[in-house]
Write a protein of this length. Sequence first.
Lengths: 134, 165
Amino acid sequence: MLKHLSHATVYVLNHDSAIEFYTQKLGLELRTDARMGDFRWVTVGVPGQPELEIALMEPKPGMVFDEETAAALRTLVKKGALGGGAFDTDDCEATYQELKARGVQFRGAPKKEVYGLATVFTDDSGNFFSLTQR
Amino acid sequence: MSEPSRVDRSQLTLVEQGWSRFYGGLLAARRRGAHDLSVLERLRRVRATLETQPGEPIDLEAMARAAYFSKFHFLRLFRQAYGETPARCLARLRLERARRLLETTDRSVTDICFAVGYESLASFSHSFRQYAGTPPQRYRRRWIALPRPAGPVLRVPSCFVAMYS
């Protein structure tokens, strides 16, 4: 039986810029920033949710991706075609204002949905996320 | 398909006991109808034995015999299935094992050379150099000198490591 999701992936274009976005603008914790040769392992997480780490991965050619696939993935991220997930908040409007003031790009103000309030923002690479209040 | 599982069990025991008893086991397996196993299964068994016992002396003829194929038929099928020749596969497995032993033990290079199945130190050093880029002894010195994190060991799930390998 599975216990919980421990790692999820978000493909980013640049580690340094992504770390700045996810920690300074979005307010996540930097959990790991380690280098092993060419491999840089960067994870961030929501404060108060230690069991889930978001791995920020630069798509690079290697065992999993060939050069063409890595390039295609970078293009998709840059285009804003890939969604990274959803973050929950207790107060969508206040969080929206707070993040917007820190420079997070939103695709609009929070709107009423059947389940509550929601809006969408993008990270520095182009990944989009929902911000929801349920 | 109860026969193959009986054969597999006997193979596992034989792997532990080494190649010397392997053939006797195969004869027994053949008597039990092992020749009915699919081609891939026959290849896989040879490969699994190479993986667990890369240091044992084995040549193409013996591998082919263990899989009930003629030498060249076995060579062709193995290459088709795994993208490398049996000899190359075995050499790679031996060198990977040598690398692990260099990294994780303080056994001498000569000892490791014979343990992974090489018969001469010169040919081991030559092959290892081609595989790792440096001769065994220097590889070990560099490995030891690599900076290590002072804190707790990182847990990086292997699917992520694979992305950068």
